[in-house]
Design a binder for this molecule. Structure first.
Ligand code: NAG
Length: 305
């Protein structure tokens, strides 16, 4: 098997070399004559030549690729001109093309077509260098987009993470820097309100409450600087990640209540309090992960522990 293909290969190479030699000798000598005459011809000569050669390819027909039979014998010049595609590509230029090649052949040859199913530019869409077919759906941050007639049609939600807003904040002098948090990516501002917050505004009656008179210190007695974690390093509980559960009312209350128990007991009781207990059991006027109120949470702790 190996021997057979080897012999076949050798034969192919040998015949290639032989053919190339033949063709070269055929093409080289006429090209020289052709070029010289072309360069320094008189007015009458040029007219005669153009009259004669004008109809070469029209008569002979045009050929694709290299086809040395696709030529025309120009007897008066003892030369052959060609009507194949190869005549345009040989160095030093298209000197052995027939005179009417450009008019007759240049645009008549169909371009080589690929059989691969590449879509035409009028269908499908691109995004970040990737091709998507007609009707494809993708998510662009918090918006969903559909490829429709070569264009992306996207919903127009305001997203929670906005690169332009982050850049705007960071280019200004606001005393803090904004960063992109991947866990917020893909959420709309509306979803952010629903899932990442969750404390209802205090009721009117609550806002109308007044502090008990005479019980607290006057304002000047408060320290100018105070941080609870510095004052009671072991007794303050870490903030918890509520994820996409809009129950900040329960997370904050459970944590603050545990801090106060630890401070009040002077470190005797530093246990965590269960956020889940509040979310699952404090259900009167509270809505779990869909929101609740702080005063309701405290009332529950006061009555149920
Ligand atoms: C309380 O919760 C924190 C997480 O915030 C955890 O690291 C700690 O181990 C918990 N303590 C107890 C006693 O379960």
């Amino acid at each position: 098997m190996w021997l057979k293909s080897h012999i076949l290969l050798l034969y192919s190479i040998a015949s290639e070399v032989w053919m190339a030699k033949q063709l070269d000798s055929r093409r080289n000598s006429p090209r020289g004559l052709y070029t010289v005459e072309d360069g320094g011809s008189a007015e009458s000569n040029r007219l005669k030549r153009s009259l004669y050669e004008e109809r070469s390819c029209r008569i002979r027909g045009c050929c694709t690729g290299r086809n040395d039979d696709c030529g025309f014998n120009v007897i008066s010049k003892a030369a052959i001109c060609y009507c194949d595609q190869f005549c345009t590509s040989s160095s030093p230029g298209p000197v052995d093309c027939c005179g009417d090649y450009w008019d007759v052949c240049d645009h008549s040859i169909e371009p080589t077509r690929s059989n691969e199913p590449w879509p035409s530019p009028t269908s499908g869409c691109y995004k970040d260098g990737r091709y998507y077919g007609e009707g494809a759906m993708i998510k662009d941050n918090c918006n969903s987009c559909k490829c429709f007639q070569g264009l992306w049609k996207c919903s127009k939600e305001v997203c929670l993470v906005r690169q332009d807003l982050i850049q705007h904040i960071n280019s200004g002098d606001y005393g803090w820097k904004a960063a992109s948090y991947s866990q917020f990516k893909g959420m709309t501002v509306e979803e952010g309100f629903k899932k990442r917050l969750g404390t209802f505004p205090p009721s009117r009656s609550l806002l109308n409450m007044r502090e008990a008179p005479g019980k607290s210190l006057p304002e000047e007695k408060f320290p100018a600087f105070f941080v609870a974690t510095y004052a009671w390093p072991e007794w303050i509980h870490d903030p918890l990640d509520q994820r996409n559960c809009g129950a900040s009312w329960a997370f904050s209350t459970a944590s603050v209540a545990a801090d106060r128990i630890a401070i009040h007991s002077e470190g005797q009781i530093t246990d965590n309090l269960s956020v889940q207990n509040l979310i699952s059991c404090d259900t009167s006027n509270q809505h779990g992960c869909n929101g609740g109120s702080i005063d309701g949470a405290w009332r529950y702790l006061k009555t149920h522990g």
